[in-house]
Design a protein around this ligand. Sequence first.
Ligand SMILES: [Fe+2]
Length: 428
Amino acid sequence: MPTWYESKIIKDLMPILGARAVRGLETNFFLSRIYTGKSSLLRVARYLEAVIEKEERKALIITDSFTQKFVKNIEDYLKLIDMDYKVWSGVLPEVPVLTIDEGAKICEQYHPKILIAIGGGSVIDTAKMVLVKYEKPKQNLFMILPSIGAALGLRKKIKYLIAIPTTAGTGSEIATAALITDTTRDPPKKIEVVHDELLADITILDPEFVKDLPPFLTMATGLDALAHAMGSFTTNWGNPYFDATNKTTIEEIIKYLPRSYKYGGRDIEARSHMQIASTLAAFGSYGNQAPGINHALGHSFGKIFGVHHGIAVSMFLPYGIAFKAKITDKWIQLCPIFGIETENKKRESLLNELIQSIKDFIHSVDGSTCVKDIKDPKIQKEQYFGKIDKLADYALNDAVTLTTYRPINEDLYRKIFEFAWDGRIIDF
Ligand SMILES: [Fe+2]
C-alpha cells in the first residue's frame, strides 16, 4: 500500500514547504516531560498518583522478549501508587503491522489509561502505533499526514504514553515519528509515520535501563544518534534551537560513545551522557526536523540486506554530508569538533579531512563506512549490485528524501550506493 509521501503531489510541494523561509516561520518545538536519573521513576509515579484517579490507574506495559526483564524495575513503583498493570511482551523487531493490531486488541480488552513502553525503538514505536490503533481503529497508518491541518485527536482513551528507553540511540522516545514495516511489499519496506501526537508524554532516562546494554548495541545505537545529529545539522532545516543542541550532541557522542562502548556498565557517567545525547539527537533531528539523506540510504539498505539500523545509517553519513556539501558550507562548523583547523585551507581538502575524521571515528568503535567491510551479514559484490535499482527506488521513496534540500533522483541515489560499495568519496 503506498504511503502519503510517495504521492507525486506531495513530492512536488515539499521543496516549497521545506524551503528555509517557510520553515523559519513554521518551525515548531515539540518536547515531552523528560525525567532523568535514579529518582525519575519515583517522580513519575508520584505525578501519576496525583493526576489519575485511583479507579483509573491501569497501565499496559509494552515490551519484547528481551526487554520484559526490565518490568521488575518498575513494579514496586506501580504498586506504590496502586496502579493495576498488565504486561504484553509481544513486540517484534521492525514493528510489523500485525503486532500493532495485536497490541490494540489487548487494549480493547483491558482498557488501560496508560501505556508504558519499556524497550528500544521497535518497542516504543509499537506503543505509538498501538495508541493510534486503539484510539482510532479505522485510521490507515500509511496515510497519517503530519500535523498541518490534520489533527488525530488522540489521548481520549489513553492519558499518558510513557517511554522508558533501554537503548541509547534510536531516540524514539522524543520523536514525533515511528518506523514500522509494511510486510505486504516484497521485499518488506520500512514506513515512517510522522505526527506530533505520537510524541511520548513522559520519558524516563534512568541509567539502570541501559547499564548492561551489550557492546554491539551500545555502538550501533550510539552511531544512530550520531547520524541523527550530524545528518540533521548539515541540512537546511535547522534553526538556532536545533543547531545548538545538535552541535553539543555531536561533541558528547564523540567524547562518550567510545567510553560507553569500551567500558559498558562500568562507566555509568558515559552511559548517562549517551542516554541524554541520544534523546537530544532525536530532538534535534526527526523529533522536530529532518535527519538527512543518510537515513533514507540507510533505511533502504538496512531493510534489503538485514543490516542493523544504526550501522546502516552511520555508514552512509560521510556520503550524505559530502553530497550536500556541494551546495552548503554548514559542515565547516563541524570541523573544530574533530580538532580540524579551518584556517587557510582549501574547501576541498577541508571537506576530505572532515569526511576522513568521521570515518575514523566510526571505525574507532567498530562501525563500517563501506558495504564491502560490513561483517554481519557479509554482502557479496554481485548480490549488492544486483539489488542496486531496488536500493535506489526504496531510498527515493523514503519520507526522509522529501526533506533533502539538494535535489536528488534515482540515478543520484544509485550512484551514491555504487560509491558506498568500497568507500569512494562523493565528488558529484
Ligand atoms: Fe535513526
